[in-house]
Design a protein around this ligand. Structure first.
Ligand code: T46
Length: 133
């Protein structure tokens, strides 16, 4: 199965413009416990470089774009997040990196759990070891 699980968010548009609604257990396949957004990322800066033990997230660039790299310890895949109507589902135990942020990028992330630093695996060698089978 592909690591890249995209979700389309149908825009509710009219002659005033567009609106996207994100709801728990509907377009977002979990209960949303936390929302954060990343913006103002400097050119040439990459973020992420970690996995989560037990956390599901959906990420969407509501403005601008960035390149999302996902890695399950065996395969690496990447996709451009470049539309406010395109989200990516990131499951547990997936290493993620975000690269090539556009200047105007606002990356919105919906998460299934509250923030917990102990859920992070920030060391790639440790991640590789844990996903070895
Ligand atoms: C992820 C990718 C897509 C908090 O205090 N609360 C929070 O909810 C978050 C997400 C972060 N923080 C603190 C922890 C660090 O001191 O904010 C600082 C920056 O976080 P971090 O270096 O983990 O940021 P990114 O951009 O590398 O990763 C973030 C999320 O942390 C991560 O879960 O999947 O975005």
């Amino acid at each position: 199965m592909s690591l890249i699980q995209l979700i389309s968010f149908p825009p509710l548009g009219d002659d005033r413009g567009s609106l996207v609604a994100l709801e728990s257990q509907q377009s977002i396949p979990f209960d949303i416990k936390r929302v954060y957004y990343i913006f103002g990322t400097q050119q040439g800066v990459a973020r992420g470089f970690h996995a989560h033990k037990q956390l599901k997230q959906v990420a969407v660039c509501v403005t601008g774009r960035c390149r999302m790299v996902l890695d399950d310890g065996k395969h690496r895949e990447e996709v451009w997040l470049d539309s406010a109507t395109k989200g990516i589902l990131i499951e547990d135990m997936v290493w993620r990196e975000m690269h090539d942020f556009s200047e105007d990028c606002v990356l919105l992330v919906l998460a299934s759990k509250h923030y917990d630093e102990s859920d992070y695996i920030r060391d790639y060698a440790e991640f590789k070891e844990k996903t070895k089978s």
